[in-house]
Design a protein around this ligand. Structure first.
Ligand code: THG
Length: 288
């Protein structure tokens, strides 16, 4: 019997419910200078207009949560992440995911953020668990746990499950319930290894069966270096939703990806009377 845990995250004014009994929650990926050259250039120049526009566009396209990453080489990440977060909070009401590997930047961001965030992320490395889980506890945040540990990225689904188990257990020891731990099975590119997606999908199934937790994934990673990325991303995200993915980090502005998520939700019985599917169709017709 699969349990479907519910993760609640919030902004100052909105709460989003993540569970396999609800439609998929798209976490917008675009506020990220690592994956986006124009965001990098703008932040380096002290210009936050791109961030504002990306926030508004992604919410308009259906993102219910936004991932916020401000890792710019050579810039003070704690200061920059606070500024970017505040910029996004000023223009949208959706809950935010704080995406940083830097515990100092994370704590600064947690102080700035209003609501219950989803920390992106911790992992099975001792250093990360010890730095991030106490902060999640202190600030009442939910936390993403990546299936990687001191030995690197495990090659097999079973070994990734073991890392997920460790993260869930360590969170529990600090009083963070499994409902507030969202597991990321890790998504690597099919461009480097044609088995990469299979390992991710199988890991999702194992983690869901064992723990019933919510699952995220940097779903667009699956196609790095490949041509026609949008079709690969769309097929993969639909398959991952079937496997148990509940809150992908992806780009809702890509129609193929957005419609694949809506189609998967309908096929999974999470779109009563197909109303969300039909509404999105009408919206596309209107936009030409
Ligand atoms: N897991 C978790 N968090 C993550 C990732 C993950 N955060 C970062 C990343 N991976 C997810 N975010 C992105 C953001 C952008 C892209 C992919 C993943 C991307 N960008 C295009 C590129 O690099 O070619 C550029 C798009 C543009 O410029 O418009 O593909 O795995 N927990």
């Amino acid at each position: 019997m699969i349990r479907n845990l519910t993760t609640l995250i919030s902004s100052a004014t909105q709460t989003v419910e993540i569970s396999r009994e609800q439609p998929t929650v798209i976490i917008g990926e675009r506020i990220n200078p690592t994956g986006r050259k124009n965001v990098l250039a703008a932040l380096q120049a002290g210009n936050f207009d791109v961030v504002r526009q990306d926030a508004l566009d992604q919410v308009a396209a259906g993102a219910l949560v936004l991932d916020v990453n401000a890792g710019v080489p050579g810039m003070d990440e704690p200061v920059l992440l606070q500024k970017v977060l505040q910029t996004v909070m000023d223009v949208t009401d959706v809950p935010l995911c704080i995406d940083t590997a830097n515990p100092t930047a994370l704590e600064a961001a947690l102080k700035t953020y209003q609501g219950k965030t989803l920390i992106n992320s911790t992992n099975g490395e001792e250093k990360s668990l010890n730095a991030v889980l106490p902060l999640a506890r202190e600030y009442g945040a939910a936390v993403i746990g990546l299936c990687i540990d001191d030995n690197g990225i495990p090659a097999t689904p079973e070994a990734r499950l073991a890392v997920a188990a460790k993260i869930i257990e360590r969170a529990g020891q600090l009083g963070i319930p499994p409902a507030d731990v969202v597991i990321d099975p890790l998504t690597l590119t099919l461009g480097a290894d044609s088995q990469a997606a299979q390992v991710t999908l199988k890991t999702i199934e194992l983690v869901v069966k064992e723990f019933g937790v919510n699952i995220t994934a940097g779903a667009s990673n699956v196609s790095f270096g490949m041509p026609d990325r949008k079709y690969l991303n769309a097929a993969f995200i639909a398959m991952a939703i079937h496997a148990g993915l509940t809150c992908p980090i992806t780009n809702p502005l890509v129609t193929e990806v957005k419609t694949a998520v809506l189609a998967a939700d309908l096929a999974m019985g999470r779109d009563d009377y197909g109303m969300r599917w039909i509404t999105a169709y009408r919206q596309r017709q209107k936009e030409g």
